[in-house]
Write a protein of this length. Structure first.
Length: 123
């Protein structure tokens, strides 16, 4: 299993979500974050007023998938998140040793991609 963390511009979120759902991702975690990298400390001038940007608002998408889906998900993000433009974001991929759904104690193979769509079984 791999965790794919993508930091993208908020304006591209809907496009990216739609595209990664098309490749089979059903669940993801979204967070609002601030990019303090390349935009930090930049002087901007707008309507005669100057101000310094301390960070740009971005969205972090975390997706946990089987290894065979990593390339398809990364390609989907790259195709929709404005690659080649300044401050268009980043993608990081990490190994995941194990993940469990707390509510129903589901183990990894039972829950990948279905974290928000399963229901406890009633006997």
């Amino acid at each position: 299993m791999k965790s794919i963390d993508a930091i993208i511009k908020p304006s591209k979120l809907d496009d990216v979500k739609q595209r990664i759902r098309e490749v089979g991702v059903r669940a993801m975690t979204l967070s609002n974050v601030t990019d303090c990298g390349s935009t930090a400390g930049r002087l901007r001038i707008c309507r005669g007023a100057s101000y310094v940007i301390d960070g740009a608002p971005m969205v972090r998408i975390q997706i946990i998938v089987d290894e065979n889906m990593v390339n398809a998900v990364v390609d989907a993000i790259l195709a929709t998140a404005l690659p080649g433009e300044v401050d268009s974001g980043s993608i990081s991929i990490y190994p995941v040793a194990e993940t469990m759904r707390i509510r129903i104690d589901a183990r990894p193979r039972e829950m990948i991609g279905d974290r928000h769509h399963d229901h406890p079984k009633v006997a």
